[in-house]
Design a protein. Structure first.
Length: 104
């Protein structure tokens, strides 16, 4: 298994303050998408990060070794909508979870 950090970058720094109704709907679809992946056991956590330089979203996923993490990123409704969002996928060499902490 491999771990990945997904970073969702909104279309503009002021996104959290001035998102449109259409963008709000996209964000609801985005949250439902990642919640569905969580129910499948692929995602450990996801949510917004209140970085003073600009808000962004993250997700932490655990995938089979042969899985392409980019598939999850491209499946996000905000990416598919081509609404100015971008996603970065970074490999995590390890991840400590409640399940793995006891073996350390």
């Amino acid at each position: 298994m491999k771990f990945y950090l997904f970073k969702l970058i909104p279309p503009r720094p002021s996104f959290a303050q001035d998102m449109t109704a259409e963008e709000g709907q996209l964000m609801r679809q985005h949250s439902a998408y990642w919640a569905g992946l969580m129910r499948q056991g692929l995602v450990h956590a996801f949510g917004p990060v209140a970085d003073p330089k600009g808000i962004y979203g993250i997700a932490v996923a655990e995938l089979e070794d042969q899985s392409d993490p980019q598939v999850l990123g491209r499946g996000d409704p905000v990416i598919q909508a081509d609404a100015g969002f971008s996603i970065e996928v970074l490999t995590m060499p390890s991840l400590v979870t409640p399940k793995t902490a006891s073996s350390r």
